[in-house]
Design a protein around this ligand. Structure first.
Ligand SMILES: [Zn+2]
Length: 60
């Protein structure tokens, strides 16, 4: 399983998955099954969409 990280803004547990286009996407830890490494828009939610501090990121 991928390494668990924490969101620098809110401290949520996230795992970085790879999208089909080769980018890295932070996904909620609880949404990811063992051995999943690729972001699937139908199964996973980007933490950027959930993070309550996301608007602050955008404001910069
Ligand atoms: Zn966050």
């Amino acid at each position: 399983m991928s390494k668990v990280n924490r969101c620098k803004s809110c401290g949520a547990m996230i795992i970085w998955l790879r999208t089909k286009s080769g980018k890295s996407m932070p996904v909620e830890y609880f949404e990811i099954n063992d051995n999943e490494v690729e972001f699937d828009i139908n199964k996973h939610t980007s933490h950027f969409a959930n993070c309550k501090y996301a608007q602050q990121h955008r404001r910069k």
